[in-house]
Design a protein around this ligand. Structure first.
Ligand SMILES: [Zn+2]
Length: 256
């Protein structure tokens, strides 16, 4: 019998995956006696469906990324209007900025939180992206005379070196090989902007819950609270979210 060592993976790969830990013999015996699989067919079906939906979402994000840059001149012309309009500023554009570095992995532009069984997605917003592009770090002079914006960067947090790609809204050309800029600044500025989105989400929920409590109290005092009413009934969101597609259509119509 030959013992084969699998050295294609580091110990860290195993430590990251708790499901790869072998089960005890007693647990295995009990499970097999009960005729149970470690991963049931239902679990496998769920995994496949989630994978399919994720692939479809990825395709949709790629389409939106192209749409955003194709219309970047239009969007930048309406920068102030977008920032002043929450339903525009809040649009998810996490796919617009890509980057990352050795040791630290891809740039964080989206996070999902499981809060009491409800999945909450917090994404890099259009407002944050426009503010990010205000910084000199993310601006590049284009040979056409226009100002291009960085949409991809990679580098190393150890050496601080970086290479970036920018897109010019004026001539619609991509500028490659932008060097001699601090990797830490790219990473730091974008991460700070993203964290602002998380803070904005939390503050928004707290404020809306405060309004709901006050509204319910008022109803109770005025004797308008019915048997089925409660604070949950008074809790409301921001209304219908605006899509990138709707924003572009509304901006175009506004310019006629
Ligand atoms: Zn240009």
């Amino acid at each position: 019998m030959a013992i084969v060592f699998d050295d294609t993976k580091s110990i860290n790969d195993y430590l990251k995956k708790p499901e790869s830990h072998p089960e005890s013999f007693a647990a295995l015996y009990k499970r097999q006696a009960a005729g149970l699989q470690l991963v049931s067919d239902d679990m496998e079906q769920e995994r496949k469906e989630q994978e399919k939906m994720a692939k479809l979402r990825e395709k949709s994000f790629e389409r939106k990324r192209k749409l955003l840059y194709d219309n970047l001149d239009l969007i930048l012309r309406h920068r102030d209007e977008i920032l002043a309009t929450p339903r525009y500023a809040d649009i998810d554009v996490h796919y617009a900025l890509k980057g990352g570095g050795c040791y630290i992995g891809p740039l964080l532009t989206a996070r999902q939180f499981n809060i009491a069984g409800t999945l909450v997605n917090i994404n890099f917003s259009l407002g944050s992206l426009l503010e990010l592009w205000d910084s000199d770090q993310y601006k590049v002079k284009c040979k056409c005379g226009g100002t291009a914006v960085v949409r991809y960067f990679s580098g190393s947090p150890l050496s601080g070196s970086s290479v970036a790609t920018a897109f010019c809204p004026k001539c619609k050309e991509e500028i490659h090989g932008i060097r001699n800029r601090s990797f830490g600044d790219y990473y730091g500025i974008s991460l700070t902007k993203f964290y602002e989105n998380i803070v904005a989400f939390a503050k928004n929920v707290i404020a809306k819950w405060g309004i709901a409590e006050a509204e319910f109290e008022k109803k109770k005092v005025e004797g308008r609270a019915s048997r089925w009413s409660g604070v949950g009934y008074e809790f409301h969101g921001d209304g219908t979210a605006c899509s990138l597609e709707t924003l572009i259509n509304e901006l175009r119509m506004g310019e006629i």
